[in-house]
Unconditional design. Structure first.
Length: 170
């Protein structure tokens, strides 16, 4: 358990029963704006995703104040044998808990899992180029910008750019 900013944050494996909390997090304005998720996520979609995720995928949940306040997932970067060393990461934090260490705790746990248990040596992600808070978090964990995908995703009525970032195990 991590204690950050006087708030206790615990990280655990996500359970299928977390689906409503994940739906609530995905409904938050910062999650909608900062991810490729659509607004108005259905509880049933999250229920199915957490109950039936593919082997090799890993979902973690962050708890604080006796509720799930964030999540992170590691997904195989592809099915090709020559890409088994790589995983993609995605993360969301409840708006009310942004800036309180939840993202840091989630990323630390996911990278520990990747580095020390899954033989993952490359972790990849995309992040909107204007999401300076997320970019700073990723850089804190040694992610580097490898390029820019122009007009990558439709957001707020326009096509927005994202950075491709990756972190290599040292």
């Amino acid at each position: 358990m991590l204690t950050m900013n006087e708030m206790k944050i615990s990280i655990r494996a996500a359970e299928p029963t977390d689906y409503e909390a994940f739906r609530e997090i995905a409904s938050q304005s910062k999650a909608i704006r900062g991810t490729a998720q659509l607004p108005f996520p259905a509880a049933e979609m999250w229920k199915k995703r957490l109950a039936e995720y593919p082997a090799g995928d890993h979902f973690l949940a962050a708890e604080a104040d006796e509720k799930v306040v964030g999540n992170i997932s590691l997904h195989a970067a592809g099915t090709a044998a020559r890409r088994r060393h790589a995983a993609a990461v995605g993360m969301m934090v409840h708006d009310a808990y942004c800036g309180k260490g939840v993202g840091t705790a989630l990323m630390a746990a996911a990278l520990d899992l990747a580095d020390n248990w899954l033989q993952i040596t490359r972790v990849e992600l995309t992040v909107f180029t204007d999401n300076v808070t997320a970019i700073a978090l990723y850089k804190k964990f040694d992610f580097e910008i490898e390029g820019t995908f122009k007009q990558y995703a439709f957001r707020d009525g326009v096509l927005a750019d994202v950075y491709a970032m990756a972190r290599l195990k040292k």
